[in-house]
Write a protein that binds this ligand. Structure first.
Ligand code: UDP
Length: 235
């Protein structure tokens, strides 16, 4: 395997599946099976899940919900998603631990870096819920930060498209995929991979990112084993 320890970022919207809201049980199963393939191959897996299928702090402002309050609601939404993913993974025989950025002791462990690393070393898949635990951040930033903290080899950003393209492949049939692109080129071309805080954190800590299609069966395994899948972003 090319990568020994990975951090996989999944958006909340991905969990909603075709129905476009809530949590789709088919998606949960699909993702659990994809992750199981790499876990069974001995790869250490950490996962960060978004909450956009349930709540985003910025959206709350339109309905009179204070931004900070809304962001905490968003963080709790990620915990709901993380609990669903945890259950699904466990039902497929993956050992997991859910660690939260805010204390919810009856539901999951608090995030403690050394403990997270120990879980990974023991072969448990660690799911990070509640973002970094602070308002005004995103789960993309959480993915970058946690990946750096646990010394992951790479951040894998699972999306609907297989990497970064020269143009929007859903609109322009001549668009081609970049197999590799540098952090500087991403800035220069104004490409939107992650929010800038998350992206810059990766750049400043020399942490590679791979953008790839999580919905294509076998893609995660192929990527982790070193095949040309998605777009690799490095220095
Ligand atoms: N959030 C936050 N701090 C964090 C992570 C998340 O305040 O460290 C809140 C924020 O309101 C965000 C919401 O949780 O909009 C859900 O996360 P995100 O939008 O990143 O989810 P995704 O777009 O990946 O589904």
């Amino acid at each position: 395997m090319k990568y020994k320890r990975i951090l996989l970022k999944l958006s909340g919207e991905a969990l909603a599946g075709e129905q476009g809201y809530g949590i789709d049980s088919k998606r949960l199963t699909q993702y659990a099976l994809e992750v199981k393939k790499v876990v069974d191959a001995g790869v250490e897996v950490a996962i960060v899940i978004g909450g956009g299928n349930i709540f985003r702090g910025v959206d709350g402002e339109n309905s009179g919900i204070d931004r900070v309050q809304g962001d905490y609601m968003g963080m709790l939404a990620t915990v709901i998603n993380a609990m669903a993913v945890q259950s699904s993974m466990e039902s497929h025989g993956i050992y997991t631990r859910l660690m939260s950025g805010i204390r919810i002791d009856q539901v999951c462990e608090p995030f403690i870096r050394r403990r997270a690393v120990r879980h990974l070393e023991k072969g448990r898949t660690v799911i990070f819920g509640a973002g970094i635990g602070n308002p005004y951040f995103t789960t993309d930033t959480t993915a970058s930060l946690r990946a750096i903290e646990i010394e992951a080899d790479v951040v894998l950003k699972g999306t609907r498209v297989d990497g970064i393209y020269t143009a929007d492949p859903e609109k322009d049939p001549t668009a081609t995929r970049y197999a590799h692109i540098s952090f500087e080129e991403v800035y220069a071309k104004g490409l939107n991979i992650m929010d800038m805080t998350a992206f810059t954190l990766c750049k400043e800590n020399n942490l590679p990112i791979i953008v790839f299609d999580m919905n294509k069966a076998g893609n995660l395994f192929d990527l982790v084993s070193g095949k040309d899948v998605g777009t690799l972003v490095t220095m």
